[in-house]
Design a protein around this ligand. Structure first.
Ligand code: NAD
Length: 417
């Protein structure tokens, strides 16, 4: 039988695993496995040569029990309805596990953005923002960046929304540039929480992150910042990769210099004297810490059997298939789940939104201090659930914490006659 790699089915399996340890009615769990609604739309926009092109786009609003829907917008050829549904579900649990008052959402356009000019991407993004306008808003649904989107796209969406609504509403979207109402520390936030998650986990295991060998798969926003901050905490980043392949230097790489090399050349490969390796070699390397920071399903059950790392901290969303999880639990590998480890992004998005609503902006050190407090408290909550509830792994423990919070909010809202 081939392994299930539909991310939405993987997501539902994860919820089912945890639901067994939560006191909630079946009907409530079914609710927590499915989005409240999904927008599927076809966007027509003009290419630079005057021709028209139509592409598919989605926005999934998963759960609004704890606050407005919240989650990124991804531009990638692999975007599908099921992928967006899964990602929106992970967002709902992520917000709950770090106790940020949002539900989950996610959106995407099924394109390879490198096929388009900047002006084409602007027209396409504004066209998506026009479709999203009736369903987003500061108190309704707040998008953010994800794979292949960043400040530029967020600024376009904010401008389109504000123009059509004839208002100023910077909190309609997060991940904006600082001068457009963005927050200090937002760009680094996801990598920062990954590094903090690694630090807390190594402390909990009575191990030293200083001197630990580290491999990072995916060298975009999440992976490159995580590598640099883990390096600052004393970790020794020996291997990194991107979609063009990987590099390995047993004595350690300089993560910031590798990032500069990637910015200049478009790839990590070719950096200094580092040896070339494949992504599979990176994922099965004998290191203390492995950080998957690319896309979903990077490690399936077969590959998991060859994983030699002691700890995996998931920077990407859904990098392990459920079968990979089973194999890794069996082999005693500690997996620190995505819904906690990469929650720094949504947490600082929350700070950005709070600052937008207050029209009062924080210093970077305040942002980083508040983030550290939230991440360390969330880690303690997961460990309490792990040690107190007899669940099989940290992922299940994180879901138990998150499901409990959403179920409570839903229950407290009461029912309509
Ligand atoms: P990004 O586009 O900045 O980087 C993605 C990186 O992965 C690129 O370096 C790309 O080359 C690499 N990659 C793609 N396919 C690969 C493959 N098969 N093997 C190795 N590398 C590959 O995206 P990002 O924002 O860093 O997001 C990465 C992951 O982190 C995604 O799962 C995303 O959902 C998750 N995430 C990001 C944020 C955020 O704030 N950026 C927040 C939470 C979660």
């Amino acid at each position: 039988m081939t392994e299930q790699t539909n991310p939405f089915e993987s997501f539902q399996e994860q919820v089912d695993d945890a639901a067994a340890s939560v006191d909630a009615k079946d009907g409530v769990i079914t609710r927590l496995k499915n989005p409240e609604r999904v927008l599927e739309t076809n966007l027509t926009f003009e290419r630079d040569d005057g021709s028209l092109e139509t592409v598919r786009a989605y926005r999934s609003q998963f759960n609004g029990d704890r606050g407005p829907y919240k989650g990124g917008i991804r531009y990638h050829p692999g975007v599908t309805r099921d992928e967006v549904k899964a990602l929106s579900g992970w967002m709902a649990y992520k917000c709950a596990v770090v106790d940020v008052p949002y539900g989950g959402g996610k959106g995407g356009i099924a394109i390879d953005p490198s096929d388009y000019s900047e002006s084409e991407l602007e027209r396409l993004t504004r066209s998506f923002a026009k479709e999203l306008r009736p369903i987003i808003g500061e108190d309704r649904d707040i998008p953010a960046p994800d794979v292949n989107t960043g400040q530029r796209e967020m600024n376009w969406i904010k401008d389109t929304y504000e123009t059509l609504e004839n208002t100023t509403a910077p909190g309609v979207i997060t991940g904006k540039a600082i001068d457009s109402g963005g927050s200090e520390g937002r760009v680094e936030a996801t990598g920062r929480s990954v590094a903090l998650a690694a630090r807390e986990t190594f402390d909990w295991l009575d191990r030293d992150l200083a001197g630990a060998s580290v491999a990072v798969q995916g060298y975009g926003n999440a992976g490159s910042v995580a590598a640099a901050l883990i390096d600052e905490l004393g970790g020794n980043v020996v291997a990194v990769s991107d979609s063009s392949g990987g590099i390995h230097a047993p004595e350690g790489l300089d993560p910031r210099a590798v990032k500069e090399h990637k910015t200049e050349t478009g790839a990590v490969s070719g950096y200094g004297d580092a040896a070339s390796i494949t992504n599979e070699e990176l994922l099965t390397m004998d290191v203390d810490l492995l950080v998957p920071a690319a896309l979903e399903n990077a490690i399936n059950g077969d590959l998991a059997a060859d994983v030699a790392a002691d700890v995996i901290v998931e920077a990407a969303n859904g990098p392990l298939t459920p079968r990979a999880d089973d194999v890794l639990v069996e082999n005693g590998v500690h997996v620190v789940p995505d819904i906690f480890a990469n929650a720094g992004g949504v947490t600082v998005s929350y700070f950005e939104w709070v600052q937008n609503r207050q029209r009062f902006y924080w210093t970077e050190s305040r942002v980083n201090e508040e983030l550290e407090r939230i991440i360390t408290e969330a880690f303690d909550g997961i460990i309490d659930a792990y040690e107190g509830r007899d669940v099989r792994d940290l992922r299940t423990a994180a879901y138990v914490v998150a499901i409990g919070r959403i179920v409570d909010a839903y229950g407290q809202a009461g029912s309509w006659p």
